[in-house]
Every structure is written in C-alpha cells, then in structure tokens.
Design a protein around this ligand. Structure first.
Ligand code: KG4
Ligand code: ZN
Length: 336
C-alpha cells in the first residue's frame, strides 16, 4: 500500500562526493556524505579515481542514509539521482544504482539537474526565500546568477565566460603553493590577513563573469615579487589570501547588485561550494542589510555537494509528476 507521506531516497555522485539522503514530505531526515581524499595528492579530481571511489562508497552511504532516517527501503516512494552535469563516469555510478533500485522496488525514478539542486538547497530549511528570487550559484564548476520563478521554473541570467569562482579560488591557491582544494585554505588564511594587494577587477559586460584574467594577474604579480624576494609568498600568505578573496567576492557582489537592479527582485540567495566562504557570506549579508534585500544562505552542509539538495528538488519534481524511464542516461553537460 502507498504511504501517505512522500519518501524519497536521493543519490548524488556528480564529482568527488558520494552522498545519499532521505527526504519525507520535503523535510530532510538524513544526509550522508563520503568525501574522497584520494584526489588531494594529484592537485585536482581524477575522474577515473572518482568513479572507483563512488563504487566503493555508494552502498554503505545509502545504507547509512536509510538507517539514520529510520527508513525501511520498502517504504520509499521514489528514487532520485543526479543526472547532469558532472563527470560522466561518476554520474554513471549513481544513475545505475538508482535505476537498479527503481527496478527492484518498482518505484519511480527522478533525474535531477545538479545546478537546479544547488539553488533549491535554499528551500531545505527555514527561513526559505519566497518566489521570485535571485540565486548566485558559485561552485567549482559553475558561476551563475539564476532568476527563480518557481522550484521548477528557473532562468540563468548571468554566468562565467571562463573559470568558475571555485576554480578561481583553487587555481589562485595553487599559485600560492597550497594543496587542492585551495578554496577553504584561502578562506582560513584570509581570516588573519588584510587585503593590502590590489588585483584588478575585470570589466565584463552584462551579468556575466570572467575569472581567468584575475588568475593571470596574480601569476604575474607573484612571479615579479618572488624574483625580488623568494620568500615573498611565505611572508605574505595571509595578506595575499585576503586580497584574492576580497577581489573574488567583490566581482561576485557587483554582478549580483546589478542583477537586483535589472530585475527588481530583492530576495537573494547564495548556493554552491563557494558559498561556504566566510568572506562571501559576511559581505553578502552586510550588502543585503545595506541594500534592504532579504538574504539567504544554505546551512554549511548543504552548500558543498550533497544529496539533500537532490532530494528536495526531487520532492518538487515528484509533485509535478516529472519521472524518468529506466532507459535514461546521465550527461556530462546539460542546459536547464
Ligand atoms: O559545489 P561544490 O562542492 O562542487 C561543485 O559542484 O563544484 O564546490 C566546490 C568548490 C571548490 O572549488 C572549493 O574550493 C570551493 O567550492 N570551496 C570554497 C570554500 N569551501 C569550498 N571556496 C572558498 N572558500 C571556502 N570556504
Ligand atoms: Zn556542486
């Protein structure tokens, strides 16, 4: 017999986190995330190793998500998975597992777009934004300003022309000799530094972003300084991190300000891994107070990749009867 509640098991495996979550009537009951430390020594995610680690992690992660939600597998109403975008081998692991479960349990399958899910992470807990809202989604692979009219009606109104904000953090960190992923380390050192170095803000028309020029100007600056003093980076690490972080944050905030002006929408959200950055969170919140916007940021565990955001998105899709057939395939890139 079908239960009255809607219980969804969601799986996320698009990059280097294997995650599973259970959501009951839009409330997250569990969200288990297994990180893959293996990539650290290679200075970036190695796709083949990510797929293998997903294969090892997926069963225990799902079992833990079900048990910590106190959920019997037979009571599930649907199985959701990340369909796109991401590393294709990594996506295939989650997709195949979700398809097998759907077939074995005879329950519907829901495919979720990872970037839509990052945005809807803002709908997981109170206070939730009301529609329409603007979401600045900043991750390792994307930088977008999204105008959201409903959970399923969203439009990208600005995006990066080259590197994503997370890449800007990670590549800058690499230039400073910091290990991957460098974003959180820049955040840590920036907290004890001052933004005394001025890196130029790129002039990009409209609501689009560009970060590759910033990376080049940091590279040339560091090369010049290190030539004069080989200990320059070491001596100035906190100030360098504070300067890089401040510039990335100001690029992001200036475009968001422009988007609010153009759309008239003052409900504003952050999403994606970079929204874990303390400088961005603080500046965004202060800017919102100054400009009289309402600002929302997902809890830390829902900023970086997680299956809870896939589950909440699937909950909306379930109510819209948006299901996938068993011959569905994931895609590395996908418009939405
Ligand atoms: O959303 P996410 O977990 O994965 C993708 O979908 O890409 O984002 C990962 C990105 C990485 O570039 C990482 O360095 C960055 O988020 N990141 C941060 C911080 N925490 C994660 N960047 C700056 N400051 C942080 N505290
Ligand atoms: Zn992501």
């Amino acid at each position: 017999m079908k239960s009255l509640s809607i219980r969804i098991l969601a799986i996320e495996s698009s990059c280097d986190e294997t995650s599973a979550a259970v959501c009951v009537d839009g409330i997250i009951s569990s969200n288990i995330i297994a990180n893959q430390a293996i990539h650290e020594k290679y200075g970036g995610v190695v796709p083949e190793l990510a797929s293998r680690a997903h294969m090892q992690n997926i069963l225990p992660v799902i079992q833990e998500a079900l048990s910590s939600a106190n959920c019997q597998i037979s009571t599930l109403d649907a199985i959701a998975f990340t369909k796109a975008p991401g590393l294709i081998g990594a996506l295939l692991v989650g997709t195949c597992f979700a398809k097998s479960l759907s077939l074995a349990l005879n329950k519907p399958l829901i495919g979720v777009h990872h970037m839509q899910a990052h945005v809807l992470a803002n709908m997981i807990a109170n206070p939730r934004p009301s529609f329409p809202f603007l979401c600045l989604t900043v991750s390792g692979g994307h930088t977008q300003i999204v105008l959201c009219e409903s959970p399923t009606k969203m439009k990208v109104i600005g995006e990066t022309l080259d590197d994503a904000a997370g890449e800007a953090f990670d590549k800058s960190a690499k230039l400073l000799g910091l290990p991957y992923p460098g974003g959180p380390l820049i955040d840590k050192y920036a907290a004890v530094g001052n933004p005394v170095f001025d890196f130029a803000e790129p002039q990009v028309p409209g609501l689009n972003f560009s970060f590759s020029g910033l990376k080049t100007s940091i590279l040339y600056f560091l090369q010049k300084q290190q030539k004069e003093d080989p200990g320059f980076i070491q001596k100035n690490l906190p100030d360098l991190c504070a300067s890089i972080q401040q510039r990335i944050v100001s690029i992001l905030m200036n475009k968001l300000k422009k988007a609010v002006k153009e759309t008239g929408v003052k409900e504003t959200c952050l999403a994606g891994g970079v929204s874990a950055n303390s400088g961005l969170r603080k500046t965004f919140t202060e800017l919102g107070q100054k400009q009289q916007w309402n600002t929302y940021i997902p809890a830390f565990e829902y900023c970086t990749d997680n299956a809870a955001m896939i589950a909440i998105t699937a909950y909306y899709k379930y109510q819209n009867n948006e299901f996938e057939s068993l011959d569905t395939s994931p895609t590395a890139r996908a418009e939405w």
